[in-house]
Design a protein around this ligand. Structure first.
Ligand code: MN
Ligand code: MN
Length: 295
């Protein structure tokens, strides 16, 4: 009899344990203060505005053995990090009006303590005198609601060695344009990455910096999905949706006009061998990834 009682309890215990890991499945609002278990009615889906709503371009994982494509979910953005390149492969985030606050730029570049044990930790001095800027993928200006949010963008796992005239001219101008789009009533899904090896900074050509521990990318790319501010975002992306994508050489002789670096998403996919926007229906990807923005 006792044995049968425990067999009955076992599945319940598993459900409670599973629910405690995810607050969305548990409500503590009933009057006696006990947890009310809401049984799952559908498989869990990623929330709207998720950093990876449009997909995980390289199927990065949190498995330490996946050292060249290691997924770091910072909360404010998600990154695929390469241990051996000493830099992120790509960074993905959502940008909406509620991401803008009054917190000033923290400038606290630092090593990411969350990297697995034994991995080299690129730090705030790793780029010193290299001729390259500490270039943000998710920019500081996109995360200004709290000190924590802004500080997260200064983790070196969000940073790549970027030629100053790439970082400060067209790349920065495109970041400002994204802000304008949001202030005009849009929300954006942005994926930015670095690709290839070898760039030209203020001290000339370099394949790597920090005694070979940080690879200098050949190009920086960015893909921006533009939606009117609303909900149910994934399903609102249609073949007519504006997508801005650019590929900028990591050299010190770029012009200020980000528009001159526009390419198709398809060409970024061919270069990187990633599948961008993979959560969208194939027919939608086919259309929006072939088009080059001309607005
Ligand atoms: Mn795509
Ligand atoms: Mn794709």
């Amino acid at each position: 009899m006792l044995k049968r009682f425990y067999l009955f309890l076992l599945p319940l215990t598993i459900i409670v344990a599973a629910c405690e890991k995810d607050n969305t499945l548990v409500s503590s609002t009933n009057p006696v203060g006990n947890y009310v278990i809401i049984p799952p009615v559908a498989p869990p889906t990623e929330a709207t505005d998720s950093t990876l709503l449009m997909g995980n371009p390289s199927n990065a994982t949190t498995n330490v053995a996946d050292f060249s494509n290691y997924l770091i979910k910072e909360g404010y953005y998600s990154v695929s990090y390469s241990r051996d390149l000493g830099r992120p492969n790509w960074c993905s985030w959502h940008l909406g009006s509620t991401d803008y606050g009054s917190v000033p730029r923290q400038d606290n570049f630092r090593a990411n303590p969350a990297l697995p044990d034994g991995w080299y930790r690129v730090d705030n001095l790793s780029y010193s005198n290299s001729g390259f800027d500490r270039g943000h993928l998710c920019p500081s200006q996109d995360r200004t609601t709290s000190i924590e949010a802004n500080s997260s963008t200064f983790l070196m796992t969000n940073i790549v060695p970027q030629a100053p005239q790439c970082n400060q001219l067209p790349w920065a101008n495109l970041e400002s344009y994204c802000k304008q789009l949001v202030q005009a009533g849009n929300e954006l899904y942005i994926i930015a990455g670095a690709h290839g090896e070898g760039g030209t900074g203020t001290s000339g050509d370099a394949m790597s910096i920090d005694n070979g521990r940080v690879s200098v990318p050949k190009n920086l790319w960015k893909v921006i999905v533009v939606l009117k501010d609303s909900s149910d975002d994934l399903r609102r992306v249609k073949s007519s949706t504006r997508v801005i994508s650019v590929m900028m050489p990591n050299v010190n002789s770029l012009n200020t006009d980000w528009k001159s670096y526009r390419v198709s998403v398809d060409s970024i996919e061919r270069a990187t061998e990633y599948d961008l926007l993979s959560k969208l229906p194939t027919q939608t990807q086919t259309v929006i990834e072939a088009r080059v923005d001309n607005q």
